[in-house]
Design a protein around this ligand. Structure first.
Ligand code: PML
Ligand code: MG
Length: 270
């Protein structure tokens, strides 16, 4: 890749309160269009219009840019959020995550993982064996950032998602974030559900299972949501991991498959 890639980031707020944020990695020729799009998003957010909108643009050093392939997408059909959480727990167990770690993640996200009982803006880092939280700041968490799709991958991903009725910004952005998180050294899985009160879906991601989404991982109207990144404790370099997640630019120039629906049945059901 020899064209110049820029990191563009937008953050909007009202009276110091976060409203929305978004970021892209784009070639110079697309910068103006993308900047306009991000400002539009800040103005039209469902939490109401912003009072401050900050846009920052930085050239990415070419030798730092990582290119990667997105995980495959599968939807797991569940009847409601308790069933969604049982299914996610079962799959994470099968993926080798310790029960204590899964239960800790679900519990923290349920009650609000930040010290004041709200959602964290970033993610928890959870020891995949013991469930101990490892992120240095429990209010802020770890912000996975600096990741995007190439223009060609974006078109192809939208086409494949649309065929399953899934081409919306929640799915696209969560998938790209999950892809970066899975590519990080020491991360074995991620669990997420939305902090948007109108959006009940969530997902888990592992290298083997890919991105498995659940239409229900929390009740409608619930604002508490968030992310847990499960990390393998052996040989963990916490500082290097955090630095990768927060600042290494990762561009997805290849996408995975988007499969149909997987039916889930609780063991006790049948
Ligand atoms: C999906 O439907 O696959 C996305 C689930 C997580 C959304 C996280 C968010 O947008 O807040
Ligand atoms: Mg959100």
């Amino acid at each position: 890749m020899n064209e110049k890639i820029y990191s563009i980031r937008m953050h909007s707020s009202r009276r110091g309160q976060h409203i929305s944020g978004a970021e892209r990695l784009v070639p110079g020729e697309r910068l103006q269009d993308i900047a306009a799009e991000l400002v539009g998003r800040a103005l039209e957010h469902s939490r109401g219009p912003a009072e401050q909108i900050r846009v920052s643009i930085d050239l990415v050093e070419p030798q730092r840019l990582v290119t990667a392939k997105l995980p495959d997408v599968t939807t797991v059909r569940v009847a409601d959020y308790p069933q969604g959480r049982r299914a996610a727990r079962e799959m994470l167990l099968q993926a080798g995550i310790g029960a204590a770690a899964i239960d800790a993640a679900i519990e923290h996200m349920t009650v609000g993982a930040a010290p004041d009982g709200s959602s964290m803006r970033g993610a928890m880092l959870i020891d995949a064996e013991t469930g101990t939280r490892l992120e240095p700041d429990r209010g802020r968490g770890i912000r996975a950032s600096r990741m995007d799709l190439s223009a060609r991958a974006e078109v192809e991903l939208s086409r494949r998602l649309a065929a399953q009725g899934l081409d919306n910004p929640h799915v696209r952005e969560a998938l790209v974030l999950a892809g970066k998180v899975l590519s990080a050294p020491g991360v074995v899985a991620e669990l997420c559900w939305s902090d948007d009160p109108h959006y009940t879906a969530g997902y888990l991601a592992t290298a083997e299972l890919g991105y498995r989404r659940f239409p229900h991982l929390k009740p409608l109207g619930e604002e508490r949501g968030g992310r847990a990144f499960f990390v393998r404790p052996q040989g963990l370099d916490l500082e290097a991991l955090i630095s990768y997640l927060e600042s290494t630019p990762v561009l997805f120039d290849r996408i995975g498959s988007v499969c149909g629906v997987l039916e889930w049945e609780d063991e006790s059901d049948g």
